[in-house]
Design a binder for this molecule. Structure first.
Ligand code: ADP
Length: 306
């Protein structure tokens, strides 16, 4: 069995949700790259180390988050502690079955996750795979975006695998044009891009998933896997060959939160264990199917051994 280490880079936030009982909230933690780290940790054997790379404060709430990560078996050695900051929060309200979100994240510690290049390079040192997203990039200053892209480019140059989910969130960017520019720069240093077609069609005007895959390959991504909800997944190999893989239907769709994040983890865990792309896509789709059959981003019993 292979020993290996994965780093997932991004922002985890505190999640406050209404419990239905007046005056009582429940507290959890989630965030796209954290969700993927969580499902990777649950899917891979103990011979794999999964580390989160982020920044939090030194306050009690930040401690809670770090405790949560540690309890889940996710490494926190590279979660930096910044004395003058704290974690971002969001609050979920439920009205007629529809969830809506209120965020407090504009000044979160995670916005500084790439502000110390030496710490970043130390986190990447010796890792096999680095996972990040368009949300990771969105929350950073321009200078830190460059620092992170450069660090990942060097990591890739030394043989590391860089995996990027564009996770387009225009509200986190100054304007859509800026988002498009940076997302393409990110794709250029990534071995594997994992976009979701609906977002890509909206913000890049792609006619179909093959157009999405080809665009990212033109920007420099080696391989691209385009997710498309209940529709086929489209895979563009490094040779340029494009294939489609169907996903199992989900009978009881409850909450699509973290569909893409869990798909990515199921795919990567399976591929890291030696599966073919076809089998890894199926593993990703099965995991995502179980995650969207239950409420919330983190569904502990969604993971079955790969
Ligand atoms: P995102 O959450 O990033 O928008 P998608 O909606 O494309 O991602 O979904 C990611 C994966 O989750 C899909 O490739 C598929 O495997 C699974 N999935 C999502 N929605 C459905 C659905 N309605 N039925 C079956 N599978 C789904």
């Amino acid at each position: 069995m292979k020993m290996g280490r994965i780093v997932s880079i991004g922002e985890c936030m505190g999640e406050l949700s209404e419990t239905g009982s007046p005056g009582t909230l429940s507290m959890g933690f989630a965030g796209d790259t954290l969700n993927t780290a969580y499902y990777l940790r649950h899917s891979l054997g103990k011979d794999w180390q999964v580390d989160y790379v982020s920044a939090v404060g030194t306050d009690g709430l930040s401690d809670r988050m770090v405790d949560f990560l540690n309890n889940e078996g996710i490494g926190t050695e590279h979660v930096r502690r910044l004395a003058d900051k704290t974690i971002g929060l969001y609050y979920i309200t439920l009205k007629d079955g529809e969830r809506s979100f209120t965020y407090w994240r504009n000044d979160s510690a995670a916005k500084r996750l790439a502000s110390d290049p030496a710490a970043l390079n130390h986190a990447l040192e010796g890792a096999d795979l680095a996972y990040w997203s368009g949300i990771t990039l969105a929350i950073l200053s321009n200078q830190d975006r460059l620092t992170l892209i450069e660090a990942l480019g060097q990591f890739a140059g030394k043989g590391g695998t860089v995996v990027f989910d564009p996770n387009l969130r225009p509200r986190l960017w100054d304007n859509p044009e800026t988002m498009r520019g940076w997302v393409h720069r990110a794709a250029a240093v990534s071995d594997l891009c994992l976009p979701s077609f609906e977002d890509e069609a909206t913000w890049f005007g792609d006619a179909d998933p093959t157009a999405t895959a080809k665009r990212y390959q033109e920007e420099g991504a080696r391989r691209v896997i385009v997710k498309n909800g209940a529709d086929d997944v489209t895979f563009a190999a490094s040779s340029g060959e494009v294939s489609r893989i169907s996903v199992p239907s989900v009978k009881h769709l409850v909450d699509t939160t973290a569909a893409g994040d869990s798909f990515n983890a199921g795919y990567l865990a399976s591929e890291l264990n030696g599966a073919s792309v076809q089998d890894a896509v199926s593993a990703g789709a099965r995991l995502a199917g179980r995650v969207i059959g239950a409420r919330g981003a983190l569904v502990p019993n969604a993971v079955k051994p790969v």
